[in-house]
Ligand binder design. Structure first.
Ligand code: SAH
Ligand code: SF4
Length: 344
């Protein structure tokens, strides 16, 4: 079996080329081909002698994500990719165009062990962690698509399948590879890790003084309700979670996003809004609301437009910035894990 070039850090690539008795500049040429020209096929590497290309192809591959399905939303602004991995598992990547930015939403695991009630990925259970190469390749493939339209990828969010803090060393490695200024050069501040609230993960991000953005999938503001829809809350409850957020804010000083999927009659109430305000008022938070994407296995319905707006207004009235996220690509099952869960 060949090894995935996207798994390698620059130092590792250099070392391998030394072993192949190649001059030092070859590593740089390959790195530039991969991360600046965004060539996604070894045959594209016209900057290398044919003999070296053959030698490399014998030992390495340039990723293994195969497009199994590709869907575009009716407005053309959202593209969803279902990728088949080498071992047959499937993951999703969603590319979203906005007026001022292009964001890719990537997966960190196949499935997820957290079992949030309203989540299609959670319903699959945990299958496996992705490798750093599989994470990097999702980003590069998306950037290459944009580049072919003379456009640029600006943001990467870990909001696809999986819980990034359950695969954190690999997620961190992928970010480091993509951050390399001599390669892809994407700034740390352009990444966002979204977590269900894994307290040790938030602590690591804090200790590292990481510039990576943090989003917390809160969805409920008291333990009784949250434990019902987000089961991991029984391990890391709201007070532990808020404590970890406080330390992060104190050390990193970067605004935290609270994610909240509004479910009709469940967490879209005046009472929940009031409790949420009590938790975060006066601190550096932003609230991002989304009306639930309906999923087959969960009976909850999306909150009505009017209750979503009312919820938003009461958060804003407390001086907390609050946006309602468009349900991007709802016509193409672009909710987290919805397409892949039908496939895996
Ligand atoms: N595991 C991480 C990141 C992946 S989920 C996390 O939970 O944060 C990305 C976001 O999609 C989370 O905020 C999650 O709660 C939300 N989500 C999952 N299922 C959803 C659904 N059916 N409708 C709306 N948002 C959903
Ligand atoms: Fe996992 Fe996030 Fe889905 Fe919860 S919402 S099951 S943590 S992917």
């Amino acid at each position: 079996m060949t090894a995935n070039l996207y798994d390698l850090k620059y130092e590792e690539l250099s070392k391998l080329l030394v072993e192949l008795k190649q001059p030092a500049f070859r590593a740089k040429q390959i790195w530039q081909g991969m991360y600046q020209n965004l060539w996604t096929d070894l045959a594209d590497f016209s900057n290398l002698p044919l003999s070296l290309r053959d030698q490399i192809s014998n030992q390495f591959n340039l990723g293994g994500l195969i497009v199994e399905k590709q869907l575009s939303s009716t407005d053309g602004q959202t593209q969803k990719f279902l990728y088949r991995l080498e071992d047959g598992a499937a993951i999703e990547t969603v590319l979203m165009a906005y007026r001022d930015r292009n964001t890719v939403c990537i997966s960190s695991q196949v499935g997820c062990a957290m079992g949030c009630k309203f989540c299609a990925t959670g319903n699959m259970g945990f299958i496996r962690n992705l490798t750093s190469g599989e994470i990097v390749e999702q980003v590069i493939k998306s950037a290459a698509i944009l580049l072919s339209k003379e456009n640029k990828l600006t943001n990467v969010v870990f909001m696809g399948m999986g819980e990034p803090f359950h695969n954190y060393p690999v997620v961190r490695e992928a970010i480091a590879i993509l951050n390399d200024p001599d390669g892809f050069g994407m700034g740390k501040r352009r990444f966002t890790i979204s977590t269900v609230g894994i307290v040790p993960g938030i602590k690591k991000l804090t200790e590292e003084k990481s510039q990576v953005n943090l989003a917390i999938s809160l969805h409920a503001a008291d333990d009784q309700l949250r434990s019902k829809i987000v089961p991991i809350n029984t391990k890391y409850n709201i007070s532990a979670l808020m404590g970890a957020c406080d330390s992060y804010l104190k050390t990193n000083g970067r605004r935290i996003t609270i994610e909240w999927a509004l479910i009709d009659g469940v967490n879209d109430t005046v009472e929940q809004a009031r409790k949420l305000i009590d938790l975060i008022k006066g601190k550096l938070f932003h609230v991002n609301l989304i009306q639930l994407n309906p999923v087959d296995h969960y009976s909850g319905k999306p909150a009505l437009d009017q209750s979503a707006r009312k919820f938003q207004k009461s958060i804003e009235a407390a001086g907390i910035p609050c946006t309602i996220r468009l349900r991007r690509g709802i016509d193409i099952q672009a909710g987290c894990g919805q397409l892949a869960s039908n496939t895996n």
